[in-house]
Design a protein around this ligand. Structure first.
Ligand SMILES: *Cc1c(COP(=O)(O)O)cnc(C)c1O
Length: 397
């Protein structure tokens, strides 16, 4: 059994090395511990807190809904679920939604939907093309779909039927298609891989291949959806539409809700194929409605794009000043390659300075602040990050 130094923490399974502190409060871009120490948060629960920590709009929605109806059960309609489904289909161009509780569960549903579609309409085709270094979740099927090398030795045997090809390589995708292929599944920007965007040509090429071979194009927008990349959905900036779309992280603004959306021709579940006790309950749907209302409000996305520009310029300046690498990404999902600086060590220095950052790779940092982060908070990030860089360089020398 892996254990922590503080015995109180050991009642929790130790699934990641966590700092020996307990967070007790969050407000906007800041998190506070029991002693009242503050951290500027550019991780935001792994890009889930679309509107920052404990925003008024979500708090109000949860209070009101909790006083009205918590959960009539998934075999009955409820107001917030119906309203949210209609908002999401209108905004996305998809036709139907299945709500779930996490990104992995939405993707698991997408995989089942693709296999169902293949069995109904494509002679039992069941294989799905996924991508090296892609990430789709931690259930057995979504781990199997994931192209993360660290997952390969784990929990074998995996769920079969996922053909992995290099991200961005259209010829490799074409070569991997056979009579048993039913779908192509990918992130439009690989988040866990270190914020690696697919090019417009690649996504458009995949759309064409899917049309040509009668395959479903399934976009995992769990991380990129709900305004994160500067448009409501990433595919809107790439000039294509998927057949199947999954959303999660930002959708509930910190509350666990995910969604599997499909175009009519792909929305082929029959009674009994899919479900879930907590799915689409009014409490989480009310939170998501509050998020959607804010994100689609006048000027909100313009502000995201202005903040994105300010943050990328700041990162590019620091990069050239300290001899680091590329700045990539879109909207408020950005990465900075740290060059010779060890990114996890830099994250520790930042933590000591009161700044929460994430290092998805040994040499890159990921920035995913609240979408309503302020200009002053971006300036504050710049100051703290610069000190963390200086400390990293000093300790490495
Ligand atoms: C986080 C993530 C998932 C998994 O979502 P969970 O809610 O952690 O299950 C799946 N796909 C992508 C692209 C993600 O970023």
């Amino acid at each position: 059994m892996t254990s922590s130094k503080n015995s109180d923490y050991n009642a929790l399974m130790q699934i990641a090395p966590r700092p020996e502190i307990t967070f007790t409060r969050g407000a906007g871009s800041y998190l506070f511990d029991e002693q009242g120490n503050a951290w500027l948060d550019f991780v935001q629960g792994w890009a889930v807190n679309t509107l920052g920590h404990s925003p008024q709009a979500i708090s109000d929605a949860l209070i009101a809904q909790s006083q009205t109806l918590l959960n009539p059960g998934p075999a009955f309609y409820n107001g917030p679920a119906v309203k949210l489904a209609n908002r999401l289909t209108t905004l996305s161009g998809m036709d139907q939604v299945f709500f779930a509780n996490s990104g992995a569960e939405a993707n698991e549903g997408a995989i089942k939907l693709a296999r169902k579609w293949g069995s109904k309409y494509k002679n039992g085709a069941w294989k799905i093309i996924t991508f090296e270094n892609g990430f789709h979740g931690r259930t057995l099927a979504t781990m199997s779909a994931t192209g993360k090398p660290a997952f390969e030795p784990l929990f074998n045997p995996k769920v079969p039927g996922f053909t992995k090809v290099p991200y961005g390589d259209l010829d490799a995708v074409a070569a991997a298609i056979d009579a048993e292929t039913c779908a192509i599944m990918l992130e439009p920007i690989q988040g866990e891989a270190g914020v690696v965007p697919a090019s417009t040509e690649f996504l458009q090429g995949l759309r064409a291949l899917a049309d040509q071979h009668n395959l479903l194009l399934m976009l995992d927008e769990v991380q990129t959806g709900i305004g994160r990349t500067g448009s409501l959905f990433r595919y809107q900036a790439l000039g294509i539409e998927p057949d199947v779309l999954t959303l999660a992280k930002g959708l509930g603004g910190g509350v666990p809700i995910s969604a599997l959306l499909a175009k009519q021709h792909a929305s082929c579940f029959d009674y009994g194929d899919q479900g879930g006790t907590f799915n689409g309950n009014p409490l989480v749907c009310a939170a998501a409605l509050a998020v959607i209302e804010q994100v689609t409000s006048e000027g909100f996305m313009d502000q995201v794009n202005l903040s994105s520009q300010a943050l990328s310029e700041l990162l590019a300046d620091l990069s050239s000043q300290y001899g680091m690498g590329q700045v990539r990404g879109a909207g408020l999902l950005l990465a900075l390659d740290t060059g010779k600086i060890d990114a996890p060590a830099l994250v520790k220095h930042a933590f000591d300075l009161g700044l929460l950052l994430n290092a998805p790779r040994p040499n890159s940092l990921r920035f995913m602040p609240a979408l309503n982060v302020t200009g002053e908070e971006i300036i504050e990030l710049g100051k703290l990050l610069e000190v963390a860089i200086q400390r990293s360089l000093a300790t490495a020398a």
